[in-house]
Each structure stands twice: as C-alpha cells, then as structure tokens.
Design a protein around this ligand. Structure first.
Ligand code: 13P
Length: 288
C-alpha cells in the first residue's frame, strides 16, 4: 500500500520543478475527498493534520489508521503521506507514536537556538522510524487553531542552520499568512525566498498559507524552490459554500436530503474539485 513518508515525492518535485499539495484534513469527508482527487489525477498527496483536527478526529493513531483503511477500501494506488501541521513538540512526539509518516515541528516561536535543539531531537526520533520532518523558521502569520500572528520573513542564515540538522523540508516565512489575505497584502517576498534557496540548496521548501495567493505568485514560488504548498482555507470555504447552497435551495427538505450523508455530499464534491484545481496549479497531476 502506498502509504509513504514525504521524502521521495518532495525530492522528485524539487528536481522536476513542481509542488506536491498538502491539504488539511478537517473531517471524514475531507479524507475521502482528497484521496479520491489524488487517485483520479494520479498525483502524490500530503494530508496535513493540525493539533485541533487531531483532537477532533480522535488523535493521531485514529487518523493514521483511518487513512490507511480508507486507502485500502478505495484502492488508492498513488503515494499518500500523513503529516502533522505546525506540531508542538508534544504533538510531533504523539504523531510519531501514532503512526504518521511525516511530522512538522514548528519551533518558530522559540529562540533560534531552542528551535534548533528541539528540532534536532525530533529529527533523531522521527528518522529512526523512517518518518520525515518539516521544520519552520520565521513564523507564518494569520490565524490557525486560534493562534494569530503577523507574517515574518525568515533569516536565510538561520534557515541554513536548521537545514544542516538533516531535516527533510523547510517552511520559511516569506510574508505568507494563513487564512484570507488582507486587501493591502504586499505579496510574497521572492528576494527572501531566493536567498533561502541559495543557502539551503536541494532542500525542498514549503509554502504555507496557500489559500488566496495569486496563481502567478504560486508558480513563481515553485520555480524558486518551493516543492510543497499547504492549502486549508480555500477547501474549507468550498465545503461550507456547497453545504450552504444545498440548504438554501431547500434540498435538505426534499426526499432523504436530511440524512447527514446527503447533506455533506455536495461539500465533499466541492472539496475534491478544489483539491484537483490546486493539483493542476502545482503541476503534480500525473506525477504518481
Ligand atoms: P491556508 O489555510 O491559508 O490555506 O493555509 C494552510 C496552511 O498553511 C496549513 O499549514
């Protein structure tokens, strides 16, 4: 079964100048939607899980088992990676124990020395189990799981120090933020991205806050070494708008439209369609 860590897919993406999409799980419908999208488009995929989602969906082991069982049931043949999104130290450890194939340890809120020490320990534990590690330098702004911060730009020298720990891919702030971008957002800092790529060489870079960034900027970021793009908000909005439309059209009051499966089916389809749209933008279609 192609339940894998992110090493091979991101190495290939970096070499061939495309990016693999990281799509955040929020509920059971999103598991199904993303797996079906990946299989239909023959694309590798990374399923991201925040601390909030982990709590909601029964913990890391439940999610890892559910993804593997769904892959089996849906006869998924493309590579699928389960990945902790912005994990605390404790969350990363819990996911390593729970059977995730990849973890992000987000130590960007610590001093660089403390970030390095904690990341080093996570790398040791994860690599011993063939689990890949994403680290972060320079906080990504916006709101995620109730945490709000402004977008920072990572220091390329600090990125190099973290890269030298043997991490597998790196999230570096380049003015990107989670959630909706404000109208006066100045855009991605490509000069900072180019300087980071110069210092970190072949290491795949990660662009967080993938929702709402204009397509040309995403394409340009990929040419400058971004090999993984994280998307959550746009898929959530697609799900919610489709569900609202179903109710506003009174379809929940027709026939068996009241059943939860019928109510959530349009949201599932909309999530899948949004995921496919992003895979096409990132260039990962047909790469599995
Ligand atoms: P968006 O919600 O802005 O798409 O960001 C997702 C993300 O970066 C998850 O880490």
């Amino acid at each position: 079964m192609p339940y894998v860590n992110a090493k091979e897919m991101l190495t290939d993406a970096k070499k061939n100048h495309y990016a693999v999409g990281h799509f955040n799980l929020n509920n059971m419908e999103s598991v199904r939607a993303f797996l079906l999208a990946a299989e239909e488009k023959k694309s590798p995929i990374i399923l991201g899980v925040s601390g909030g989602t982990a709590k909601y969906m029964g913990g890391y082991k439940t999610i890892a088992d559910m993804v593997r069982d769904f892959m089996d049931f849906l006869k998924i043949t493309v590579p699928v990676c389960t990945h902790v999104d912005h994990g605390t130290y404790e969350e990363a450890l819990a996911a390593i124990e729970g059977g995730f194939s990849s973890v992000m340890f987000d130590g960007s809120k610590y001093s660089i020395d403390e970030n390095i020490e904690k990341t080093r320990h996570i790398v040791e534990l994860a690599h011993a189990k063939n689990i890949t590690v994403e680290a972060e330098v320079g906080a990504i702004g916006g709101e995620e799981d109730g945490r709000i911060s402004m977008g920072e730009c990572a220091d390329p020298e600090q990125c190099k120090r973290i890269a030298d720990l043997g991490i597998d891919f790196l999230a570096a702030g380049i003015g990107n933020i989670h959630g909706k971008y404000p109208a006066n957002w100045p855009g991605l800092r490509f000069d900072v991205l180019a300087a980071i790529q110069e210092k970190t060489g072949d290491l795949p870079l990660v662009l967080h806050g993938g929702s709402g960034i204009p397509d040309e900027m995403v394409r340009k970021a990929i040419t400058l070494g971004v090999s993984k793009v994280n998307v959550n908000t746009e898929c959530q909005i697609a799900f919610t708008e489709a569900t609202r439309k179903f109710i506003e059209e009174g379809k929940d009051r027709e026939g068996r439209g009241f059943t939860p499966r019928a109510l959530l089916a349009p949201g599932l389809e909309a999530t899948k369609a949004k995921c496919i749209e992003k895979m096409e933008l990132f260039g990962s279609v047909g790469r599995a």
